[in-house]
Design a protein around this ligand. Structure first.
Ligand SMILES: [Zn+2]
Length: 295
């Protein structure tokens, strides 16, 4: 643990914490990631960049700079993900139930990190005006071909109007961002004062994360930030939101072969599996789902 103090001029300075500006006092896990392993789907398990834990607020984050960010996501393609649509959308049922209770009349929704638009197609079926942010050109092309009425942006900073969305969802995105605080402040500017935010991200204080440490399956090179309920609440508060509900477990729906593929790769094995069209919904209890309102 810890970098050699003073005199080791070759080591680059550690990045300060985005939440409290503290200087990390040592390395939590040294990097074992190769540049070629920055995949999001079929990410290599047991692999991560250099991680530090803020000594003041506990935020865990990558201290490395120059990670493949926006450019990587722009070029991202994922055919497997398309096949998983009918399984993945099952996980949205709880989201819609809550949103329809909070916001009785369908309004305007923005999905940040919209992927191939699975949530947005559902939104339109329910009468919402659906818009999305997605850096991947390939994914935006799929949405444009399927439902051209959905307005898409490559980057949320392209949206100039303020206080316009009734609901903004951002699922499994902030852990990939270079600076989640800057992005959440932009989201606060985009959402109506009466609106709702829904956010999901892995929970580093969950039992699987604490038991498995650096071998936790959510430790992948593409994840730059690892939040806990406490650090996530702090991020939201600093961005102008107050948390109204934290679900400390979220279900995931995938076809059976996708789950088997993940289990095999986690165990260090790799086989070409046939497609097994059997939906399996699993709650690994290591993801947080948060509903928040603007302050
Ligand atoms: Zn901190």
């Amino acid at each position: 643990m810890g970098r050699k103090p003073c005199g080791e001029l070759s080591a680059p300075p550690l990045r300060n914490c985005i939440l409290c500006d503290s200087v990390p006092d040592g390395i939590l896990y040294r990097s074992n990631a190769k540049k070629s392993s920055y995949f999001v789907t079929r990410a290599p398990f047991h692999s991560h960049t250099e991680l530090v834990r803020c000594p003041a607020c506990g935020l865990v984050y990558s201290s490395q700079t120059g990670l493949p960010g926006k450019e990587y996501y722009k070029k991202m393609k994922d055919e497997t993900y398309l096949r998983e649509e009918k399984y993945r959308v099952r996980a949205f049922a709880e989201f819609w139930k809550t949103i329809e209770r909070l916001n009785a009349v369908p309004g305007r929704i923005l999905d940040v990190g919209a992927g191939a638009g699975f949530l947005l197609y559902q939104a339109r079926m329910k009468g919402w005006k659906a818009e999305g942010v997605e850096p991947s050109e390939w994914a935006r092309g799929i949405i444009a071909g399927r439902e051209p009425e959905i307005r898409m942006y490559e980057d949320m900073f392209q949206i100039k109007s303020e206080r316009v969305y009734d609901v903004i969802s951002i699922m499994d995105v902030i852990e990939h961002m270079e600076n989640p605080l800057v992005c959440m402040k932009k989201i606060r500017a985009l959402i109506k004062d009466s609106g709702y935010l829904y956010l999901t991200t892995p929970n580093i204080m969950s039992l699987p994360a604490r038991l498995l440490g650096k071998h936790w399956w959510s430790m992948i090179p593409a994840h730059i930030y690892y939040f806990s309920p406490r650090t996530l609440t702090s991020l939201l508060k600093q961005s102008g939101f107050s948390v109204i509900r934290i679900e400390i477990s979220c279900v995931r729906g995938l076809p059976l072969d996708s789950w088997l593929d993940r289990i095999l790769r986690f165990a260090g094995l790799s086989f070409e599996l046939p497609e097994i069209d059997l939906p399996v919904t699993v709650n690994l209890r290591d993801q947080m789902g948060i509903y928040a309102r603007p302050i």
